[in-house]
Design a binder for this molecule. Sequence first.
Ligand SMILES: Nc1nc2c(ncn2[C@@H]2O[C@H](COP(=O)(O)OP(=O)(O)O)[C@@H](O)[C@H]2O)c(=O)[nH]1
Ligand SMILES: [Mg+2]
Length: 277
Amino acid sequence: MLETQKLLQKSAAKVDAVLEILDARIPKASENPLVDKLCRNKTRVKILNKIDLADPVVTAQWVDYFQKSQNIHALAINATDKSLAAGVLDYCAHQIQRNRARKRKLLVVGIPNTGKSTLLNTLAGKKIARTGNIPAITRHQQRTSLKNNIDIYDTPGILWPVIEPRQRAYALAVSGAISDTAVDYQDIAFFAAGFLMQRYPKLLLARYPFLDQLPSDENELIEQIGAGRGCLKTGGRINYQKTGEMLIRDLRSGKIGRISFESPNDEENNSEYVPSL
Ligand SMILES: Nc1nc2c(ncn2[C@@H]2O[C@H](COP(=O)(O)OP(=O)(O)O)[C@@H](O)[C@H]2O)c(=O)[nH]1
Ligand SMILES: [Mg+2]
């Protein structure tokens, strides 16, 4: 942690602004508090990425929420979309007033899996960083020169998410930000089931049309989905593991719809969406 802290501080000192890539579905859980702490005096742009998977209404609320803080700007994008990604550079060029001759320097930070490499690759128009689920440790800082006279720097080291309190751990797990081995899979499926019933009942009924109405609890929901999808063990009993995996897969891939796991309104009252496990 101390090494990461030093690297971040050193890297931030050299740039004009820090681009913090967040997962739009979990903007709080995907923050690392070191960024706010160590980059307090920098211009910071919170990039809410993966908007194609997040609830657009909630994403707009998050943008407003972040914009209210001093020194913080917020922008929602899909890093795989060329024109939305390019918008980041236009936005930064506008935010960072500079003598035209001097390059603007940006630092990209964020916990693994938020889309940092994807954004860099889309902006560069070629594969310069490896993408995927396994975080690659960048040992040496990589610099990429882009349009608008902007140089973008990748952070060396890894900024891990903070997996407390419990609802944050679930939000991270259900979105796929942390490894599936970090949290019990069936617990994640129960969390997902409870959350969907409470926040997105219509999407749930549309995705699994064999549900005539909303079941009374998460257990029943998983049973009905398992039965409806034929996730059964020999003897006809529900295979909870398989059903849970399918539900999480549907959820992460956006098949259930555009879903946000955190909303700014939860912040004062976030115990509301922790299911009783
Ligand atoms: N649906 C969607 N997936 C994305 C987006 N940006 C990145 N991803 C995916 O998220 C995963 C992690 O992305 P990556 O760039 O490797 O994240 P990094 O660890 O922050 O560098 C990859 O499977 C990407 O394809 C996005 O805007 N929308
Ligand atoms: Mg990466």
